[in-house]
Design a protein around this ligand. Structure first.
Ligand SMILES: NC(=O)CC(=O)C(=O)O
Length: 272
């Protein structure tokens, strides 16, 4: 299939976990109603984006959140990229994990955020994910009958080699559930999304939470779908919404034939 409709669920994440799950389910329903065959939720969609709170909301697989995601994927016959949640493993470590379900509700993959967001920006965001989280250690590329796509979580988008690696594994779409804030969001969000799409000549989704004025960490919103030429096909502002757009996958081959940067790639000289 060369055309696929995707939905990005920009939900306003609250403190109440059950409310978040209900809201996410409803937004997946809206994406299905709009004709989407793939839908994406934002980073940490079942809990506030606060490092100290991740242990309180963490779940082992399979838990209440992943059960909801699996049930929604099969009920709506859609591929669901379940944003991310705090995932606890058997040893008690917690990861920032994106669970991906196919349209039968079967778990296809889990991506554990590989680059933890530990930053201290003067006059702006201070965040230490490593206080409570452990980093994942691999890239994640998933195939459905219609599409091969890669999944990264938020800060992973700042690492161009990470996106290139997923592209070389065949990803035609890169999906980043994310939660940029109001320090780096206005400065870097659109720039990074469009750059990763253009330098890999792929479609790219950035799925963000809506801004919740009551939250301690205020998300920037502005979820987007970008095409391989760097054009914005759909964009939200900071409010809660489901945005949708059609991806014509044949555009990838066209752009790569006209401007063959992947063929011109000189790995032989990129040594440090
Ligand atoms: N929240 C993140 O992981 C990343 C982010 O906000 C940024 O890179 O800026």
């Amino acid at each position: 299939m060369s055309s696929i409709k995707v939905g990005i669920c920009q939900m306003a994440v609250q403190d109440d976990k059950q409310d978040n799950l209900d809201r996410a389910e409803d937004m997946l329903r809206q994406a299905k109603q709009a004709g989407c065959s793939l839908a994406v939720l934002p980073e940490m969609f079942n809990c506030p984006y606060t490092a100290e709170l991740f242990p309180q909301y963490a779940e082992e697989y399979s838990g209440e959140t992943t059960k909801m995601l699996s049930a929604a994927a099969s009920k709506y016959a859609m591929t669901v990229v379940g944003g991310s949640i705090p995932e606890r493993d058997a040893a008690g470590r917690i990861y920032n994990t994106s669970f991906v379900f196919n349209s039968q509700g079967k778990l296809l993959a889990r991506h554990r955020k590989a680059h933890l967001f530990d930053v201290d920006i003067a006059g702006g965001t201070v965040f230490q994910e490593s206080k409570t989280l452990t980093a994942g250690d691999k890239t994640t590329v998933v195939s459905t009958p219609d599409l091969t796509f890669g999944v990264g979580v938020c800060y992973d988008i700042r690492f161009s080699q990470f996106a290139r690696c997923m592209t070389l594994q065949g990803a035609k779409l890169l999906i980043y559930p994310a939660a940029f804030g109001w320090t780096t969001g206005p400065a870097h969000w659109e720039l990074l999304l469009r750059s990763r799409a253009v330098d890999n000549q792929v479609f790219l989704i950035g799925a963000a939470p809506a801004k919740n004025p009551n939250a301690e960490y205020k998300a920037y919103g502005h979820s987007m779908l970008i095409d391989p030429w760097g054009r914005i096909l759909a964009a939200a502002d900071e409010h809660e919404t489901v945005i949708t757009a059609e991806m014509d996958l044949s555009l990838i081959d066209k752009v790569r034939a006209e401007l063959p940067i992947l063929k011109h790639w000189r790995e032989d000289i990129y040594t440090s």
